[in-house]
Design a protein around this ligand. Structure first.
Ligand code: B16
Ligand code: MG
Length: 217
C-alpha cells in the first residue's frame, strides 16, 4: 500500500445493524404520539444524529414541540433503544468485519471509528471490538453532523494521518458526502444507486479484501 495509511469505519450499517433497534424505539415513540412510523421512514434516519432524527419523525407526524419536550422525548427513545443494545453480543457483528479488521492490522493500516452515535463506545464494548480501534470519534465528540466531514477529520487527526491517506467505509449518503468533503477516499456499503458518489461500492465488509482496498491506493 503506497498511500493508504488508515481506514475509518462508520458503525451502524457497516459494522453492526443497529438500525433495526433504532426503528423499534422510534416507532414506539411515534405510536405513543398517535401516528405510524414505517420502515421506509426509518431509512431517512440512517446516519442522522439523534435530535435531527426526532425532528424528521415529528415532521412525519405533523407535530411541533418546544426544545424541552423534544429533549424529553429523545431521552425516552434512547432509554428504550438501550434496552436492546445492552442485550447485543459479538454474534451481531456483520459478516466479514473481524476478518477485514485483522487484515488491516497485519498490513499496519490504522483503524478508526467515525460514527454519529452517542452510544458508539457502549456498542463496541458489547461487540467486543473496542481493542481493534486506534481512535474512536463518535456523536459525543463532534459539533457538526455528517455530511460535515468533522467526525472523519477528527479521526484522521487522532491517528496522525493525512485525510488523503484515509479510506472511509460508509452506508449512508450523508456519510459518503462527509468523507469526500474531507478529501478522503470512500467505500460505500450498500447499493450503488444510493452511494454512487463513493469510489467503490460493495455489499458489505465480507466483500472487502486488501486487493480491493489497493484499487483505491
Ligand atoms: P444515537 P452511524 C447513527 O450511527 C445511526 O445510523 C443513526 O440512525 C442514529 O440516529 C445516529 O447514529 C445517532 O445514534 O442515538 O445512538 O446517538 O451510522 O453514524 O454509526
Ligand atoms: Mg451508518
Amino acid at each position: 500500500m503506497k498511500n493508504i495509511k488508515a481506514c475509518l469505519f462508520d458503525l451502524d450499517g457497516v459494522i453492526v445493524d443497529t438500525a433495526k433497534y433504532h426503528y423499534i424505539a422510534w416507532k414506539e415513540l411515534a405510536n405513543e404520539l398517535g401516528f405510524d412510523f414505517t420502515l421506509e421512514d426509518n431509512e431517512k434516519l440512517k446516519g442522522v444524529s439523534r435530535m435531527t432524527s426526532l425532528d424528521i419523525l415529528l415532521s412525519i407526524g405533523g407535530i411541533e414541540l418546544g426544545e424541552d419536550k423534544k429533549l424529553e422525548l429523545a431521552t425516552k427513545k434512547n432509554d428504550n433503544y438501550l434496552q436492546y443494545i445492552l442485550k447485543m453480543g459479538p454474534e451481531e457483528i456483520l459478516p466479514g468485519t473481524k476478518e477485514f479488521l485483522e487484515v488491516l492490522r497485519k498490513e499496519n493500516i490504522k483503524i478508526a471509528l467515525g460514527s454519529a452515535s452517542k452510544n458508539a463506545m457502549l456498542i463496541l464494548e458489547r461487540l467486543e471490538l473496542t481493542g481493534y480501534f486506534d481512535a474512536i470519534v463518535d456523536g459525543t465528540h463532534v459539533a457538526k453532523a455528517k455530511p460535515d466531514p468533522e467526525v472523519f477529520l477528527q479521526g484522521a487527526e487522532k491517528l496522525g494521518v493525512a485525510p488523503t491517506e484515509c479510506v472511509v467505509f460508509e452506508d449512508a449518503e450523508a456519510g459518503v458526502e462527509a468523507a469526500l468533503a474531507g478529501g478522503m477516499k470512500c467505500v460505500g456499503i450498500g447499493s450503488s444507486e444510493v452511494l454512487g458518489k463513493a469510489h467503490l461500492v460493495v455489499d458489505g465488509l465480507h466483500k472487502m479484501s486488501i486487493q480491493k482496498l489497493g484499487l483505491l491506493d
